[in-house]
Design a protein around this ligand. Structure first.
Ligand code: PRT
Ligand code: ZN
Length: 287
């Protein structure tokens, strides 16, 4: 019988984190053999390992019900898929850049310029929406060297740290798209028994993502400081308040905080009288 199928990148920037997310969601695979499709032993799902560029089409065609790919690739391919959820890894941006010494007065400067890119569809849409008629020079790779080779005046490419742009003496002038890995699902009809498994998996993935963004925080504090503590931790959900033994006016506050807790947050909690502060990671959050 056909099982739920998910396509992820075989090798590259998204591969490891995609697998890690599935493993955290309780799926286990035997990766010892070199295959295209791996069967999960403890969940009715099969994993397809492919090139990231092919993932949106596999999902659009219904070869796989789900896939994990960069939003940049999904939008560039324009495939008929729905984005179920953003996954918080593989973050990067698609930006326009000019040689560092070229002055850039504004977007109108793009008019009649040649722009090199591997993302012609996203770029053409951007130019069209702004009424700009630039020439799009389509390249498969090494876009960043196009200005030095004088085959383009500017580039439109993925940036993460900005190191590649800087080392090629290019300066980012405008971000067109902020991207990250996304979970996509097919728009084709899914048999109801597969849809049930899909929803189960989706709930697990959402639980893992919520957990990674949340912390469990515990502290003791004077009862009068409760309001200040809540102001310092606005992402704290209805805390449990417990009286401390010994009859003092101090209480224990326990809560899930849906935010990163930085050192300066802890210092501010101490300043309003909190002590014995514990911040714990959360493994799963099920609503
Ligand atoms: O073999 P396959 O086709 O599957 O892989 P690929 O080589 O096409 O893709 P891969 O693994 O390089 O990238 C997969 C996805 O990761 C991309 O589609 C993005 O969604 C995401 N991603 C995140 C990135 C980057 N960060 C990134 N920095 N993809 C590419 N880069 C490249 C960029 O093209 C540029 O050359 O890294 C360089 C810039 O990096 P910085 O850090 O110097 O700015
Ligand atoms: Zn690729």
């Amino acid at each position: 019988m056909r099982r739920l199928r998910i396509a992820i990148q075989k090798k590259g920037r998204l591969a490891e984190k995609s697998i890690a997310l599935l493993i955290k969601s309780g799926l286990d695979f035997d990766f010892h053999k070199d295959r295209l499709i791996y069967e999960c032993q403890d969940f009715p799902i099969d994993l397809m390992l492919v090139r990231d560029d092919d993932i949106p089409e596999y999902v659009a065609d219904g070869v796989c019900e789900l896939g994990i790919a960069g939003e940049n690739v999904v939008l560039e391919k324009g495939s008929a898929v729905d984005i179920s959820t953003r996954l918080g890894f593989g973050t990067c941006r698609l930006s326009l850049a000019f040689p560092a010494q070229t002055p850039f007065p504004g977007l109108e400067f793009l008019e009649s310029k040649r722009i090199a890119t591997s993302y012609p569809n996203i770029l053409k849409k951007f130019l069209r929406e702004r009424g700009l008629s630039s020439t799009v020079v389509e390249l498969q790779g090494s876009v960043e060297i196009a200005p030095a080779l004088q085959i383009a005046d500017a580039v439109f490419d993925l940036v993460s740290t900005g190191g590649t742009m800087r080392s090629n003496d290019l300066r980012e002038v405008h971000t067109v798209l902020e991207s990250q890995a996304v979970l996509i699902r097919t728009r084709k009809m899914i048999p109801s028994e597969i849809e049930i498994d899909l929803q189960r998996l989706l709930q697990r993935i959402v639980g893992v993502l919520r957990a990674s963004q949340s912390k469990y925080i515990m502290m003791n504090a004077p009862r009068s400081a409760l309001k200040s503590v809540q102001e310092i931790l606005p992402g704290m959900e209805e805390p449990s308040i417990l009286p401390l033994s010994g009859g003092s006016d101090r209480i224990a506050i326990h809560a899930v905080a849906r935010e990163t807790i930085f050192w300066d947050t802890i210092e501010r909690l101490k300043a309003v009288g909190a002590s014995s502060i514990l911040v714990l990671p959360i493994e799963k959050v099920i609503a």
